[in-house]
Design a protein around this ligand. Structure first.
Ligand SMILES: [Zn+2]
Length: 393
């Protein structure tokens, strides 16, 4: 191969072969040799083709090697006219190509090449994912899948080139969706990808493909409902962010809705309600609800006041309670009942004491299968009946 390089260099020195230059001041380059691959660069003219033929002919004759013309191609600069291209191709016996394609897995960038030469990485990752039933994987297994398989595929190309931002974002999104299981939500685009014959269009707006992000955020029906709900100012920009960021920002930050309910609570409730609502409209032909935003708020409010406040520490006033003796001539009945579960096996009992706290009568019994509240009532009833039997009014 060194000899071939020497022959090419000779022709360049003679002036028969004009090397290519990236700019006027740069050094020219005439050839690249890697393993048994050769890339030759030169100015297109019949004399240069002659020089190439001569060099290759001499090299083949002396080394005993042969050039595969079927596997060889010529890429012309866009300024070369067609008749010259034809002449050169005929002379060398090699066909013209418009897209150089990939070399050792790296796509060449040049005029006429596909606009997104790195999309093949996204396709490769997606096709790899298709073989995995991610919904059956635990979170830990998904992390392993992402780290060991999905992240490794782009690494090879990334050794040599910086991938465009949009490709990195797509890859990130695939991994995030895999991690969160979003690609398993059976929206129409997912069903179609699984080979189910269905129209991918969103049944609400009929304008866009039905993806999960479209359905619960980007569809005009969903946008309209979010507007009515009143998104707090600091969160409005997140509605143009990617899906995972949008979910994260709105479900974690602590902005407050104009109803004084934490926004994350309103937001998560709204996402769930919107998903159910879209399903009902599509699957059960239910009538679109124009007051849905009010319904969402009602639910969020209920959750906020009844559930989320349980764990809050409230200011407590301690009231000392003690048993007091009944007044002279009087009696006191104390009862209680309880159950193991609600409802479950229950029991109850009580004591009757006279003045000065003198023991009069006690009782207890298994009540049967009931709730704790009813057990308390039964215990009270037993106590009252016992008091009547004892002649206590
Ligand atoms: Zn839509």
């Amino acid at each position: 191969m060194k000899y071939l390089g020497y022959l090419i260099k000779q022709k360049c020195v003679d002036g028969a072969w004009t090397p290519l230059k990236a700019s006027k001041e740069n050094l020219g380059f005439s050839h690249l040799l890697f393993a048994d691959n050769i890339i030759l660069f030169g100015k297109v003219d019949p004399a240069a083709s002659e020089a190439i033929l001569e060099v290759l002919g001499k090299f083949c004759a002396e080394s005993g090697l042969k050039i595969s013309l079927e596997k060889s191609h010529i890429y012309f600069s866009p300024n070369v006219n067609d008749s010259l291209k034809e002449e050169v191709c005929d002379k060398l016996g090699i066909q013209e190509m418009h897209d150089i394609g990939k070399y050792l897995g790296f796509p060449f960038r040049h005029r006429g090449a596909p606009r997104n030469p790195y999309m093949f990485i996204v396709e490769k990752v997606t096709s790899k994912l298709a073989g995995w039933k991610a919904k059956y994987l635990s979170f830990a297994k998904r992390v392993v899948l992402i780290k060991s398989v999905m992240s490794v595929i782009p690494t090879y190309v990334m050794q040599g080139v910086a991938l465009p931002v949009h490709v990195c974002e797509k890859l990130d999104k695939i991994n995030q969706d895999l991690f969160m299981g979003l690609h398993n939500i059976p929206v129409k685009s997912v069903l179609a990808d699984r080979g189910i014959n269905c129209d991918k269009a969103c049944p609400m707006c009929k304008l866009h493909e039905e993806t999960i992000v479209h359905l619960i955020r980007d569809c005009e029906v969903a946008r309209d409902l979010w507007c009515k709900l009143g998104v707090p100012l600091p969160h409005i920009n997140s509605f143009n962010d990617n899906f995972v960021n949008w979910l994260r920002i709105n479900s974690l930050r602590t902005a407050t809705h104009n109803t004084h309910i934490p926004w994350c609570m309103v937001f998560l409730n709204a996402v769930w309600c919107l998903w159910k609502y879209m399903n009902n409209v599509v699957l059960e032909n239910s009538v679109p609800n124009s007051k849905l935003d009010k319904f969402w708020l009602g639910q969020a409010r209920e959750f906020h006041f009844y559930v989320s406040k349980i764990n809050q520490v409230s200011s407590k006033i301690s009231i000392p309670v003690r048993w007091n003796k009944p007044s002279v001539g009087g009696h006191k009945l104390n009862t209680n009942g309880a159950s193991i579960g609600n409802p479950s096996k229950a029991g109850g009992g009580g004591v009757i004491k006279g003045c000065c706290g003198v023991w009069v009568k006690g009782y207890s019994r298994a009540i049967g299968y009931t709730t704790s509240v009813l057990a308390k009532w039964w215990a009270l009833r037993d106590g009252l009946i016992l008091a009547i039997q004892l002649g206590i009014n």
